[in-house]
Ligand binder design. Structure first.
Ligand code: AMX
Length: 387
């Protein structure tokens, strides 16, 4: 690409819009098409829904699907890295059962894992963190929930989702269903282009050569906001509030929420202009694993009714379902009954995609790495004054 290419003309109207749509760099892990949704290294997400999270992680780091041998080697590598640095979850005891949002625990936990940092090897740090996440998550759930130690010790050969479910002590058919739902949740949520807030936050902190752990913890703090990752918590709470799957009642509910100027959670998107394929995939999973779940029945009716009602408002660019419409209901069905924990699953998935993007940026410019981020802010309403 020649330097003369004009990619974007910044106008006054672009200022103070959160850099919306302004190109700032390149991303090799994924891109988001307004109609077909996110693609990981070129593969549409709908085609990847059934792969294992380990293979999706390999894809994001290596930009290709692993063959059988590579897949096994990647899993073995994660297994060999899986012992948490000693004492890294002691802080959880200090915070105290039930206090603080689970996303705060996730961020603190990742910072604490930083004691296992490998000097000058950000790729090893990324692989270690990915290998440590299942146990960190399980300890977070057990300790914040006041249940103390893991029910079963970590067994990384079960895979990241299977190991997490096992550490919590879920058994039998419940474990099979929980693992199925979690595996697809992790794959579907790993990456979403380079400019979403948490990814951008993580990469900008990393550009100052902060550690991978500090950068990812910053990303998790960004993800915790209600306008960003915490929306999946709000979506389940919304579905629970609807409380019916009768189409007429659901339509009245949607209209009354709109009249009260409240959002219809699970619909609309800043970039997508069709139903998010991740919602489509999760609807299929719901039909497979929990077609009779009353919450899923509500989601099914909402998906039929809400786009029609929202579509009556020409201001709404996309009245269709987004990823959060279904994900909370599936997690609830998997046995995770507390919506305030849902963003931690989202965070776990994003640790993988954001780490891959940070490693890419650190390897750019022939290994020099991306320069420290420094966008320009224009001075307005600040005449020079003297005391
Ligand atoms: N319910 C009610 N109003 C909606 C709406 C919805 N689902 N979707 C859009 N609108 C409104 C916007 O608030 C905006 O109103 P305003 O002009 O008064 O500010 C107007 O329609 C135009 O919005 P837009 O250009 O279509 O979308 P946006 O980029 O401003 O907002 C989003 C996108 C996701 C914040 C919005 O669709 C929304 O609030 N959805 C409901 C909450 C939700 O499901 N969030 C999860 C999103 C998925 C994700 O990114 N995690």
């Amino acid at each position: 690409m020649s330097d003369e290419n004009v990619l974007f003309e910044v106008k006054d109207s672009h200022l103070d819009t959160g850099m919306r749509g302004i190109p700032v760099g390149t991303c090799r892990t994924s891109f988001v098409d307004p109609i077909d949704g996110v693609h990981y290294a070129g593969y549409p997400i709908a085609d990847l829904a059934d792969i294992d999270p380990e293979d999706a992680a390999f894809l994001l780091f290596n930009k290709r699907i692993p063959n059988e041998k590579e897949s096994q080697e990647f899993r073995q590598d994660l297994i060999s890295r899986s012992n948490l640095p000693s004492g890294s979850t002691d802080l959880f005891t200090a915070i105290g059962t039930g206090t603080g949002h689970p996303m705060d625990w996730l961020s603190i936990g990742i910072m604490s894992l930083g004691r296992g940092e490998v000097e000058n090897d950000i790729f090893s740090d990324a692989m270690n963190l990915i290998a440590w996440m299942p146990e960190l998550m399980a300890r977070l759930f057990m300790m914040r929930g006041g249940r103390g130690e893991l029910v079963n010790p970590s067994n990384p050969s079960l895979g990241m989702a299977g190991n997490f479910v096992s550490m919590l002590g879920v058994e039998g058919d419940d474990a099979v269903r929980a693992e199925r739902i979690l595996r697809s949740f992790l794959v579907l949520h790993m990456d979403h282009g380079g400019g979403n807030l948490s990814t951008f936050a993580g990469k900008s902190v990393a550009s100052g050569r902060a550690s991978l752990f500090a950068s990812i913890a910053s990303a998790m703090n960004a993800l915790s906001g209600p306008l960003h990752g915490r929306a999946n918590q709000s979506c389940l709470e919304f579905v629970q509030k609807v409380g019916t799957s009768d189409p007429n009642e659901v339509e009245s509910f949607v209209r009354s929420e709109l009249a009260a100027k409240r959002p219809i959670f699970g619909f609309g998107h800043a970039v997508l202009r069709a139903e998010d394929p991740r919602a489509t995939v999760q609807m299929k999973i719901g039909e497979e694993v929990c077609p009779d779940d009353p919450l899923f029945a509500t989601v099914r009716t909402l998906r039929e009714v809400a786009p029609r009602v929202l579509g009556e408002n020409p201001k709404i660019s996309n009245p269709n379902a987004n990823v959060d419409l279904v994900s909370g209901t599936l997690l609830h069905n998997a046995g995770f009954r507390k919506p305030d924990y849902y963003t931690t699953f989202f965070g776990w998935a994003r640790v993988i995609g954001i780490s891959a993007q940070i490693v890419d940026e650190r390897n750019s410019r022939g290994g020099k790495g991306v320069p420290i981020y420094r966008p320009k802010y224009l001075a307005r309403d600040q005449p020079v004054r003297r005391l």
